[in-house]
Ligand binder design. Structure first.
Ligand code: UDP
Length: 332
C-alpha cells in the first residue's frame, strides 16, 4: 500500500511515517518544513527537503496550500493522512490568520484532491475543538466550543472544527471514506521544545538545570499520551473499513496536573531543577485564561480497536530525557 502523509516531517507525522515504513508500506511525505523553526528539531536523522532517507519513502518539499503539489502526490497513493497544520499555542497566537489558512484551507485543498482521485482520507483533528471543558468527559458527539473570537487561541480549534464540517459534508455527498481522529495531548521522543508544548519544554529545562516554568498555579489538567501509542492506534483504526465515516477521540485517559507533571519530570531527571510559577498573563499576554482541563471519552476508540493508549507517562518522560541526553553528548 502507498500512503501520503502531509506534515510527515513533523512530530506525529514522522512517527506515523516510521510506523508505515516498518510494516513495509510505501510512503510519500508532503511537508514545507515550517515546523522546523528551531535547531533542536532538525536532528541529524531528520530528512532534508527532497532527500530520500528510506528506499520506500519519497519526500516532497511543498505546502498543503499548493493545490498542484497536493494533486500530484495524492494521485500516486492509496490512502492520504492529513496531519499538516500550524500547531503549538505560541505559533497560533503569533499568527492566528496563518493558522486558520493552513488548517482550514489546507484541508480543503487536500480534500478536493482526495475527492478528485477517490482516495480515502484520514484527518487528524484536535481536542482543541472542545475548548475549555474542565471536569467533563468529552464525547465525539458533543457540541464544539473553541472559545471567544476575542481570544486568538480559539482560531486553532475553530479551524479544525470547520475542517471537520467540510469533511462531513463531502463524506455525505460523495461517499468518500473519511476518518477523523481528534488527537488529545500527544508527547514523546522527537517532540520539539520550540513549539511551546509543556512536556518537551519541561524536559529541556530539567536537562539544562533551568527552572521548570509552570504557567499559573499548575492546577490545570491534561491527559498525555505517548506518540508511539497514538500512532499505533491511529494506524489500527485506519485499517478498519468500518471506522471510515466516524470521528474518534484519540489520546490517554489518565489526567495529570501541570504542577504534578513538572514534579515528575524534575524527579525523573534528578537534576534538582526548581519549579517556577509564571503568571498566565505573562506567558500569554492578551489571552484571558488557560484551558483548565480536557478529558476524553475513549469508549468509541476502545470499541473499534479493542484498546486505548496506556503507556505510562514515566516511560515516555524517561525516553524523552534519554533522547535529550544523547543529543547533548559530545561526538565520539
Ligand atoms: N504550560 C506550562 N508551562 C510551559 C508550557 C505550557 O505550564 O512552559 C501549560 C499550559 O499553560 C497548559 C499546559 O501546560 O496549561 C499544556 O500546554 P501545551 O501547550 O502543551 O498543550 P495545550 O494547552 O494545547 O493542551
Amino acid at each position: 500500500m502507498r500512503h501520503l502523509v502531509t506534515g510527515g516531517a513533523g512530530f506525529v507525522g514522522s512517527h506515523l511515517v516510521a510506523a508505515l515504513l516498518a510494516r513495509g508500506d510505501e510512503v510519500e511525505v508532503l511537508d514545507d518544513l515550517s515546523g522546523f523553526g528551531h535547531a533542536d528539531r532538525v536532528a541529524a536523522d531528520r530528512p532534508t527537503a527532497g532527500s530520500r532517507v528510506h528506499p520506500l519513502c519519497a519526500w516532497t518539499h511543498g505546502s498543503v496550500l499548493d493545490p498542484r503539489a497536493v494533486e500530484r502526490v495524492v494521485a500516486r497513493v492509496d490512502r492520504v493522512w492529513h496531519l499538516a497544520a500550524v500547531v503549538g499555542v505560541p505559533r497560533v497566537l503569533a499568527d492566528p490568520r496563518r493558522a486558520v489558512r493552513v488548517n482550514l484551507e489546507g484541508t480543503e485543498v487536500v480534500l478536493d484532491a482526495c475527492v478528485a482521485a477517490r482516495v480515502p482520507l484520514v484527518f487528524t483533528s484536535s481536542s482543541e475543538v472542545y475548548g475549555d471543558r474542565a471536569g467533563e468527559l468529552l464525547r465525539e458527539d458533543d457540541p464544539v466550543s473553541p472559545g471567544a473570537t476575542t481570544s486568538m487561541r480559539g482560531s486553532y480549534g475553530a479551524s479544525k472544527a470547520l475542517a471537520e464540517w467540510s469533511l462531513a459534508a463531502v463524506r455525505r455527498t460523495t461517499g468518500l471514506p473519511i476518518l477523523v481522529a481528534r488527537l488529545f495531548n500527544t508527547v514523546g521522543p522527537g517532540q520539539s521544545a520550540g513549539h511551546g508544548m509543556v512536556l518537551p519544554r519541561f524536559v529541556e529545562q530539567a536537562r539544562r538545570g533551568r527552572p521548570l516554568t509552570v504557567y499559573g498555579d499548575g492546577a490545570q489538567r491534561r491527559c498525555f499520551a505517548d506518540v508511539r501509542d497514538v500512532v499505533e492506534h491511529l494506524v489500527r483504526l485506519a485499517d478498519l473499513d468500518g471506522a471510515y465515516g466516524g470521528t474518534f477521540n484519540l489520546g490517554s485517559r489518565v489526567e495529570s496536573t501541570i504542577l504534578g507533571l513538572a514534579e515528575l519530570v524534575r524527579d525523573l531527571a534528578g537534576t534538582g531543577a526548581e519549579i517556577a510559577h509564571v503568571p498566565w498573563a505573562e506567558a500569554f499576554p492578551g489571552e484571558e485564561r488557560d484551558v483548565r482541563g480536557r478529558l476524553p471519552d475513549l469508549s468509541r476508540l476502545a470499541a473499534a480497536v479493542g484498546s486505548v493508549p496506556t503507556t505510562r507517562l514515566e516511560t515516555t518522560i524517561a525516553a524523552m530525557l534519554s533522547e535529550g541526553a544523547r543529543a547533548a553528548a559530545p561526538a565520539p
